[in-house]
Design a binder for this molecule. Structure first.
Ligand SMILES: [Zn+2]
Length: 252
C-alpha cells in the first residue's frame, strides 16, 4: 500500500495533461495505462497482478496490442514489470512525480520523448524542441493549434514565465497544465488566445466556469489582491484581443 493517500483527481490531470502528451502515448497505450492505474494507484496499491489476455478482452484490444502497450509503458518508465509468468504479469506502477517525462530535469530542463521514442533533453533557455521538427513550414500564429505538439504547448507555458495565469503562483513544470479560458465544451479553441498555463489546482477548480467569475472567486478567497484581480481581468481581455503572443518554436 502507499504511505500517503493519493489525490486521484490530480493523478488523472497529471496523466491526461502532462504524461500522455509528453510521452506521445497512443490511444491503446492510454487505455491500458488508465486501466492499470484504476486497479493500482487509484485504489492505493503500488503493485498489481494482471493477465494480458483478460486486459485485452476488457479493453477490446487484440492480445498482441495489449502486450505491446504494456511493454512500451514499461520502456517509457510509467510502470515496471517485475514478473512475467503463465498466470500473468506483476507490475509496479510509478507515481507521476517519479516518471522522467513528468519530472523537470537538471538545470530546469524537461525530459521529452519525440515521435521516434528517443529521449532528449530540452533546456529552458532554448526554444528548439524535439516536437518542433514536426511543424509545417507555413506556421502562422492565428491558425496554429497550440495543443498539437509538445513544443507549441511549451510556448504557451513559456509565455506565462512559470506563473499560473489565474492565481499568479509559481508553477513548477511537473504541476502545471494548459487551460482553455473558454472551455472546449463551449466551443473554445486551441488558439494562443484561448490557452493559458496554470497550476493544477486552478485547472481543476475552474472547470467550465467563465474565467472572469473564477478570478473573482480567487479574489474572494484572498488569493488575489484587488490590484492583481484588475490586472488579471485586463490580461484576459488582452489575451482574447491577441496581445499576449507566445514565441513560436523555430521551424526546421
Ligand atoms: Zn493557480
Amino acid at each position: 500500500m502507499l504511505n500517503k493517500k493519493l489525490n486521484a483527481k490530480l493523478l488523472w490531470i497529471q496523466f491526461e495533461d502532462v504524461l500522455a502528451p509528453r510521452l506521445g502515448l497512443t490511444v491503446k497505450e492510454r487505455a491500458v495505462y488508465s486501466y492499470l492505474l484504476r486497479h493500482s494507484l487509484v485504489v492505493g496499491k503500488l503493485r498489481l497482478q494482471f493477465a494480458v489476455m483478460a486486459l485485452a478482452r476488457t479493453l477490446g484490444l487484440s492480445i498482441g496490442a495489449a502486450r505491446h502497450a504494456v511493454r512500451r509503458l514499461d520502456e517509457l518508465g510509467t510502470l515496471r514489470v517485475l514478473k512475467r509468468s503463465k498466470t500473468g504479469h506483476l507490475a509496479e506502477m510509478r507515481l507521476p512525480e517519479k516518471i522522467r517525462a513528468v519530472r523537470p530535469g537538471r538545470n530546469g530542463a524537461s525530459i521529452v520523448v519525440g515521435a521516434t521514442g528517443t529521449l532528449g533533453a530540452v533546456g529552458m533557455g532554448t526554444t528548439r524542441a524535439v516536437g518542433a521538427a514536426e511543424e509545417p513550414p507555413a506556421l502562422t500564429l492565428e491558425t496554429t493549434d497550440f495543443l498539437k505538439t509538445w513544443a507549441l504547448r511549451k510556448a504557451i507555458h513559456d509565455r506565462e514565465r512559470g506563473a499560473c495565469f489565474y492565481c499568479l503562483r509559481r508553477t513548477p513544470a511537473n504541476v502545471r497544465c494548459l487551460d482553455h479560458v473558454v472551455p472546449r465544451v463551449r466551443f473554445g479553441c486551441n488558439s494562443y488566445r484561448n490557452l493559458v498555463s496554470c497550476c493544477l489546482e486552478c485547472n481543476s477548480r475552474k472547470r467550465d466556469h467563465p474565467a472572469p467569475d473564477f478570478l473573482r472567486t480567487l479574489y474572494r478567497l484572498g488569493r488575489l489582491t484587488p490590484a492583481e484581480l484588475d490586472a488579471r481581468l485586463r490580461a484576459l481581455k488582452d489575451l482574447a484581443a491577441g496581445k499576449l503572443r507566445p514565441s513560436l518554436p523555430p521551424v526546421r
